[in-house]
Write a protein that binds this ligand. Sequence first.
Ligand SMILES: [Zn+2]
Length: 466
Amino acid sequence: MKRFGAIIVVFLFFIRPVSGQGSVSLQTGKDQESVDLLVRYLKIDTSNPPGNEIGAAQFFGEIFAKEGIEYRILESAPGRGNIWARVRGDGSKRPVILLNHLDVVPAYSDAWTSPPFGAIERDGFIVGRGALDMKSLAIAQLMVMLRVKRERVALSRDLIFLGTADEEAGGRQGAEWMVTRFPELLGGAEYLLNEGGGNLVQSDGRVLAIGLSTVEKTPAWLRLTANGTPGHASVPRQDSAVNRLVKALDRLIRWSPPLKVTTAVDQYYQSLAPLFGPQDSHRYRSIRRELEAPDFRQMLDSDPAAKALFQNTISVTMLEGSNKINVIPPFASARVDCRLLPGEKVDLWIREVAAIIGDERISIEPILSFEAVASPVESQMTEMLREVIGRRYPGAIVTFPVTLGFTDSHYFRRLGVKSYGFSPFIAPPQMLGDGFHGNDERIGRQVFVDGVEIMYQLLEPLIGRH
Ligand SMILES: [Zn+2]
């Protein structure tokens, strides 16, 4: 690893898996089955908008029906399918939920070298929208369900598979709808595994760290609206809606919210410390003090992703004014994507934003926001992961990244379900294509097959009756 200053490890969304170490003992038949299922699944277009996840829910439903696994398909709106399935345990422990989202972000086929929903295999990769985010992980979860059912594994807990609609747009028609309308289907779960985490693997395949994410930054998406007297643009008005909105946004983007170290970020840096030599690891262990150091601040200024771990952020993304060049409109509005550190309160944040803007005639309205809830960094899940990782990748450590993006996990954390983001696809970045939401989204075939096995190895001790 490089020197401390340059080495803040930030996981924008989820992390990257790579393969290379450890031995895999899967039978070829099973490997082929999981690859075939992934290819079939990737061909189902669930671009959100509009989502149309019902095709994906039916795909899983048919498999569960054939295997004799109890399942339900639930539609939150026409075409917005969710899928739930369960393999029963003896009830001595509370259930584990395997959570995945059925939708994907849109793909602009002109920028792809093969059709985004063609799901082709090429040069050792499986290519298609969702290959990383997160249809591959959904198939790994599915394979755990099939394996425990087929092998009649004695379970101490129910194993619940939950595929939801609408995650890429915030989850209102998916995870939120499911937990609100059908809380009984969650069975009072103790644990949940979802996308997230993030692994640190060198390009030569050496695995340094496996990420288990316990908390995410949370959105505070705001709409700012200015009203004013409309008129003809040939008679300028200093206090027009557009002018006041522009001035407000200017004040907002010039502002740098205060830097702070939250408990979650402190824990993350503590967990990274073993990767470094004595001097740097000492700095990682005392990140609160480090934040006061000028060279550290300088480093943050040159690395927006690292800096975002230490402050609430503001991105102005959408603007609306007149639809005619010569008309001063009666209102102008902007949408602002703010992301808050774990522990921050949305209403306090809105007050801070209002104070910076300093124009009472501009209304600030939240579009999407929720509080961050963290799951404990130490739990049986963490122990299991350390054990599995220790066996497969000696020397690798488990870290607790704070992700800058958000997933559906918050809907479950707030119910007290210990929810973790983890990717079993442990491989160097080059085996994970251009990453989440990228063009030619892809995953190495072997990385995927290994990940399917790792997922089972991680879960088996947690769910099995030993
Ligand atoms: Zn995702």
